[in-house]
Structures are given as C-alpha cells and as structure tokens.
Design a protein around this ligand. Structure first.
Ligand code: PCA
Length: 200
C-alpha cells in the first residue's frame, strides 16, 4: 500500500509553505503503508500535470494533497471541490482566472473520496485541533482537488483522493500577531493520524 502526499511551494509572499514542510516530516511508512511525497508549484495547471505524471509513473492507493489555509484554527480535511477558478491573487505562472470552470462541462462539484469525518476524528484523537471544511476555496488548492478527483473518476476508479488544509506554522504566525498556528511536528502528526484513518 502506498499513500502519495503532495505539498505546495511557498506563495503569497511567504518564504515557506507548511504543507510541504509537514509532508517532509512524515515518516517513511504509516501503519505499513509507504509514504511517497510530491512537491507542487502553486500554479493550477502545472501542479495537475505533475500529479498526472506521478500517477502514470506508479498509481498509489490514495492521494492526500496538502495545502496551506492561513487563518484556520486547525487541520481541515476538505469535503468537496467545486468547478470554478476564481483566483484572489495570480498563481505562480501569473495566471488569475475569474469565474472560469476548472474543467469545462465538468460536474459542478466532486466529493473527496477519503473518509473525511474519520480523518477529523483521528486527528482529534491524536490531541490536535481539526474540523471538517466544506470549502477548499476557489484558488489553486481547489483547482488541484477538483482536477485530481476528475482525473481519478475518469482514469483511476479505485484511487481514493482528498485534500487537507493546514494553518499557519508557528514560525509564520510569529510574524502575524494574533494569527492561529500549529507547529510543524504537530501538523505532521495530524497528517499521520489522518492517513491512519484510511487504513482502519
Ligand atoms: N494554499 C493555496 C494554494 C497553495 C496553498 O498552499 C490554496 O489554498 O489554494
């Protein structure tokens, strides 16, 4: 069994992205499942192309994409991806679509195919804050989740996929008085707990 974790490069003027930093801290195996990692650019189409390539190379049993949602108070598995790109800021390729579908003529939304509520429970059981999110936004993270679920629906029917947003790291929040944060080791523990819920 193999779980592919993806994390993002820094964006929005930040010098780090805790999604990738936390994925980097994961152990090599979780409950007997191999951990595989993939770093994604914060550019919708290029990120999806990297995922497509990785799946073609070797299809894992599950994909847990991870991204940063600064301001959130805990780790938030995403329930749904919507078919719209409405970027608040340009992506790393200078692309800033407004109200454009991720996939023209695709369904309005896809549900994540990971056990999102069990993941929330597992993270809480590990003593860390988590809640279910009903919106991954309309930026690159939603684009990647929608594109991934669309690809899986078309080409990898057995592949379970989803997305987890993480808050600011403690180091990022040090520059933002009052912002909620989590340490990177805690984020990694939360991701590990979330992955364990897939294996249960
Ligand atoms: N968060 C952004 C894109 C990259 C990331 O880490 C988002 O929530 O869309």
């Amino acid at each position: 069994m193999e779980i592919l974790f993806t994390g993002f490069e820094p964006f929005g003027g930040e010098t780090s992205n805790p999604s990738w930093d936390a994925v980097s801290l994961l152990p090599e195996t979780i409950g007997g499942a191999q951990v595989r990692r993939l770093l994604l650019p914060v550019a919708g189409e290029r990120a999806l192309a990297r995922i497509r390539e990785a799946l073609r190379e070797r299809c894992p049993d599950a994909v847990i994409a991870v991204g940063q949602a600064g301001g959130r108070t805990g780790v938030t598995p995403e329930r749904v991806a919507v078919n719209v790109d409405d970027y608040r800021i340009p992506d790393a390729d200078g692309f800033q679509p407004e109200d454009v579908p991720v996939v023209p003529d695709g369904p309005a939304a896809y549900f994540a195919t990971l056990p999102v509520k069990a993941m929330v429970r597992a993270i809480r059981d590990a003593g860390l804050p988590a809640s279910l999110s009903d919106s991954a936004g309309t930026y690159v993270c939603n684009h990647v989740l929608y594109g991934l679920l669309h690809l899986a629906a078309a080409e990898y029917p057995g592949l379970r996929c989803g997305f987890v947003h993480v808050p600011y790291s403690a180091a990022q929040a040090a520059e933002k008085p009052g912002a909620p944060s989590m340490s990177l080791p805690d984020m990694a523990r939360a991701l590990e707990a979330a992955a364990s819920a897939l294996l249960a």
